[in-house]
Design a protein around this ligand. Structure first.
Ligand SMILES: NC(=O)C1=CN([C@@H]2O[C@H](COP(=O)(O)OP(=O)(O)OC[C@H]3O[C@@H](n4cnc5c(N)ncnc54)[C@H](O)[C@@H]3O)[C@@H](O)[C@H]2O)[C@@H](O)CC1
Length: 463
């Protein structure tokens, strides 16, 4: 609690260095953090006002005494006091409820939340804004709208995804030194930086050639959806695959002359024949593939080589067939089909959904979204970056091709998944800066080379 409160005081001092600070403290440990923060802010010479509920937690009680001992007066917490004390304050610290909140909010607390939101003050929330259930990405009722949330120990679902994340504002992670085992389950997701990702990217030797840079097969497209496979092929070429061949039952648009096109009425037979000759380094399948996708997925999974399963290849009948080298890339709708649940259940807790998909299907999983979650047997990673314009057709096809190309260049499935979402997001930011919401998947492909260079440059910049 001492470390938590100090981290909150530091954040307030950093972001709102002048003016009076109004702190609201609930009766639990979240309130205790607020009382500690008040003591540290007072020690920094800040003018503080503290409104507190009766302390229920023993450490909260102790910290209330310590605050009194340094001369800070604590006043009873109620909505009228919040309105009164807001006037003239520069910032409000929300320490009403944290992870101990069980919805629904009791009426007296709902009244306090309404008063906080009506105050017009910027709010720094401690751990999670009051009214958010830390384990859910949706809203469960009235919630404090924070400008900043200082979260303790680890990231929480509510701070990463959906409408809940909008309530949290800018999220700062205060890494506390806690005894092993104190960290909560929801803190297990980590958010690698670009520098972390840069260290995973493949580095070529000077004598590299097209045969050593990864031979990738793209299996997709059907009359009407041929472009999906073409986009995956473009994505693969733009992150450096040496040779990319597209197998499809449909005629392909000539998007890049470097893509090799194989059109076959019977794609399964063509693949089997080619595989008898030699297998590629990686396969990417499912984009616009249509009804034959599950049978083709079984064939390709049986080869045991690195592969990406996307779109039509994301079927419940393939549960348990994944191996260490495969990456499944569902969006929430496909994830719901794979887990036989509703889309709302997926988006309410993407971390749990990604974990469940990985356990059921094997290999690594990219649950796509803003942000995406990468699940692998060792844990969960949450992606950074991206652009809202990326919510358009074909973006997932591009990502599938990117990940396949990285697999083909020798990355493990989890590393290819993490590097893939990072490069895709960075390319989306670059293309989004030029095209805004008019962004297309081809635009993103065009920025992949520059995105790769940005990620590599982050090591020098320390980003
Ligand atoms: N997890 C960690 O590693 C740490 C956690 N700390 C703090 O501890 C907090 C959790 O503390 P607590 O478990 O004491 O819980 P909280 O302080 O979040 O909430 C407990 C209080 O909420 C009330 N409450 C619960 N549901 C309610 C509802 N529906 N309507 C109105 N009131 C409701 C309870 O009666 C109780 O008084 C974290 O959010 C964080 O701020 C830090 O002090 C230290 C490190």
């Amino acid at each position: 609690m001492e470390e938590a409160g100090r981290a909150v005081a530091d954040a307030v001092q950093d972001s709102f260095p002048v003016g009076r600070v109004l702190l609201l403290a609930g009766g639990g440990a979240n309130g205790g953090d607020a009382l500690v923060a008040a003591r540290h802010l007072a020690a920094l010479g800040r003018e503080v006002r503290v409104l507190a509920a009766p302390a229920r937690h023993p450490l909260t009680r102790a910290n209330r005494k310590r605050l009194g001992a340094v001369g800070v007066r604590v006043t009873a917490l109620n909505a009228a006091a919040v309105v009164r004390e807001s006037s003239g304050a520069a910032v409000l610290v929300d320490g009403l409820l944290g992870t101990g909140f069980t919805p629904p909010l009791r009426p007296e607390l709902a009244e306090l939340v309404a008063a906080v939101n009506a105050s017009g003050l910027p709010v720094v929330a401690i751990d999670v804004p009051t009214g958010l259930d830390a384990t859910r990405a949706d809203l469960v009722g009235v919630t404090v709208q924070a400008a900043q949330t200082v979260t303790l120990s680890g990231l929480k679902t509510a701070l990463l995804f959906g409408p809940a994340a909008h309530q949290a504002g800018e999220v700062r992670l205060a890494a506390l030194r806690l005894p092993v085992g104190w960290a909560q389950a929801e803190a297990l997701a980590t958010r690698p930086t670009r520098t972390d990702v840069a260290r995973l990217l493949p580095v070529r030797s000077a004598d590299a050639h097209k045969g050593t840079a990864g031979r990738v097969w793209v299996v997709g497209g059907h009359p009407g959806t041929a472009g999906a496979a073409a986009l995956a092929g473009m994505g693969a070429l733009r992150v450096g695959a040496g040779l990319v061949t597209v197998y499809s039952a449909a005629d392909m648009p000539l998007v890049m002359p470097e893509l090799m096109m194989q059109r076959h009425e019977d794609v399964a037979a063509a693949l089997a024949e080619a595989a008898a000759h030699s297998l590629p380094d990686a396969v990417c399948l499912g984009m616009g593939l249509g009804p034959h996708a599950p049978a083709l997925a079984r064939l390709i999974l049986g080869w045991g080589i690195p592969c990406v399963l996307d779109a039509d290849a994301l079927q419940p009948e393939l549960a348990g067939l994944g191996h260490a080298g495969c990456v499944w890339t569902p969006h929430p709708g496909e994830a719901a089909r794979m887990l036989n649940c509703t889309v709302a259940e997926i988006t309410r807790d993407p971390l749990a959904a990604a974990r469940a998909l990985q356990e059921r299907y094997g290999g690594a999983v990219i649950l796509k979204g803003g942000p995406s979650v990468v699940a692998q047997s060792g844990g969960l990673w949450v992606s950074r970056g991206g652009h809202p314009g990326m919510g358009s057709a074909g973006m997932g096809d591009t990502l599938a091709g990117i990940v396949a190309a990285l697999l083909g260049q020798g990355l493990s499935a989890p590393d290819a998944a993490l590097c893939g979402v990072t490069l895709h997001a960075r390319a989306g930011e670059r293309a989004g800066a030029r095209h805004g919401y008019g962004l297309s998947a081809s635009d993103v492909s065009g920025e992949l080379g520059a995105a790769w260079l940005d990620v590599v440059a982050s090591v020098k910049e320390g980003a």
